[in-house]
Unconditional design. Structure first.
Ligand code: GLC
Length: 478
């Protein structure tokens, strides 16, 4: 079986969030299981030099983006067993950021057309072409409506993974002709139209052979008006090709026994090192070094999705408890300012680092006791899984991937890997933090037991990857 995996961001080359982490990890896991996989990405000028130096030019040609004739270079890089192909064009990809430009849609169009043309140019015809989020969601449509005459492409099966349905890629229908060089027919029929706009995500859902989301619960949730962001109707209609597969986390970079960011390593049978990391974290954060005061942590983009309006409502109240609060992240300026303000009022027990710092993030996963993730919706979420692997117990809104990865502590059976609340209100958020704090302070043995359960849960890509392989196999046997 041959797979072509494509996304607009991918660790360790460039990423803004979880999509990049998944694109970095899943192909590697597929490769480990013997699946031939290539990954196709844009060649951003800010790719670290150590990768650029290793890239080889393998082809270049002129690509038609509507009426435009654009240079399209293909660079190849072999890294960790995977062959990466980068699509090179300075006009589109020599930018300071991945997203956020007025011509983003043209950049997405160029990239998607290039991915399709590349297959013939490098003579790699995959059995499965796996696209991710709206930036690449037009590919299944283009294969059927623009490239249907290319015989080599006719047997290709397409999979679309939805990492976040809130972002759909909505544009004027004129770009169908102007950028993709196709007619308006499917738009006029309504197949790829939503609210009088061309909708990339809807096109992907309609045309992909299979659609999956990054957790089983989210796959159910997006069929409802509460979470479907308007596309629930089409998802209900296409429910027979919709499923959910929980992401894994990268077990090599997120390993408390080897993580180079930590001052001491630790494992489930000996948590001494975790204590040292806690002291170090308190020192870095300028908080009193108290081993018996629980550290409640947040590492996140500060956005509405992540539920920070709820946390802000409750934060002053939570800060009355005997705890230390640390936050690391950037995002919505209003949230940034609010966290700065509140933490400044309680400097002896709280601190907000409004910045992006990968090393500090690992130190927090390792040194904290509780990890807060009150997301209003969460397709999967990766940090709660990293926290658990480092013995830091998550407090989550039981939704989407949070519900599928964190099992709330059950006082009767002793089962559980964290704490959760179902109803999205400040009251219930506080209740579950309170439950956790009480357990931390009064029942250290129960706490240790939950830590053990969290740390030994398997969040590796091994399992999730197998679900993708099974899915690919099912598609190919149809
Ligand atoms: C998006 C989602 C997040 C998920 C990630 C990777 O960022 O918001 O929940 O973990 O994609 O699939």
């Amino acid at each position: 079986m041959k797979v072509l995996y494509t996304a607009f961001e991918c660790a360790p080359f460039f990423k803004t969030g979880g999509l990049g982490d998944v694109a970095g990890a899943l192909p590697k896991a597929l490769h480990k299981k013997g699946i031939e996989t290539i990954v196709v990405l844009p060649y951003f000028s800010f790719i670290p030099d150590r990768f650029k130096d290793e890239c080889q030019d393998v082809a270049n040609f002129t690509l038609e983006v509507g009426w435009r004739q654009q240079y399209c270079g293909i660079k190849q890089l072999d890294f960790q067993g995977i062959r990466y192909y980068f699509i090179d064009n300075l006009y589109y990809f020599d930018r300071a950021e991945i997203y956020g430009y007025d011509d983003d849609v043209e950049r997405f169009a160029f990239f998607q057309l290039a991915v399709i043309e590349l297959m013939n140019r490098i003579d790699y015809i995959p059995d499965v072409l796996h696209v991710n989020d709206y930036h690449t969601a037009m590919i299944p449509f283009l294969l059927k409506e623009k490239y249907h005459w290319v015989e080599e492409y006719q047997a290709i099966r397409t999979v679309l993974t939805i990492h976040n349905i809130e972002f759909q890629g909505q544009y004027s229908s004129e770009i169908l002709g102007d950028l993709f060089g196709v007619g308006q027919r499917r738009y006029n029929e309504g197949v790829i139209r939503w609210h009088n706009q061309l909708n990339f995500m809807k096109a992907g859902i309609a045309y992909a052979n299979h659609v999956n989301t990054v957790s089983p619960s989210y796959a159910e949730e997006i069929k409802t008006s509460e979470f479907g962001a308007g596309l629930e109707i089409i998802l209900q209609m296409e429910h027979q090709k919709l499923s959910g597969i929980l992401n894994g986390i990268d077990y090599e970079t997120n390993d408390p026994t080897t993580d180079p960011s930590l001052v001491a390593h630790f494992e489930v049978d000996d948590l001494t090192g975790k204590g040292l990391n806690k002291a170090e974290l308190q020192r870095i954060m300028g908080l009193p070094e108290k081993s018996d005061v629980p550290i409640v942590a947040v590492v996140s983009r500060l956005t509405y999705q992540k539920g920070f309006h709820l946390l802000l409502e409750e934060l002053e109240h939570l800060l009355q408890f005997d705890l230390q609060f640390v936050l690391l992240g950037t995002g919505d300026p209003r949230f940034e300012a609010a966290f700065r303000q509140i933490t400044a009022r309680y400097p002896e027990k709280s601190v907000a680092k409004i910045t992006f710092d990968v090393t500090l993030a690992q130190k927090i996963y390792a040194g904290a006791d509780l990890f807060l993730m009150p997301s209003s919706f969460e397709p999967c979420g990766l940090s709660q899984m990293i926290a658990m692997r480092y013995g830091t117990l998550p407090v989550v809104h039981e939704i989407g991937g949070l519900k599928d990865s964190v099992h709330p502590f059950n006082p009767v059976t002793g089962a559980g890997t964290g704490f959760g609340f179902e109803e999205f209100t400040g009251f219930y958020l506080t209740q579950s933090v309170k439950q956790a704090l009480e357990l931390y302070q009064k029942s250290p043995n129960v706490w240790k037991k939950i830590q053990r359960q969290a740390m030994t849960t398997d969040f590796s890509w091994d399992t999730s990857c197998q679900s993708y392989i099974d899915l690919y196999n099912r598609l190919l046997s149809k």
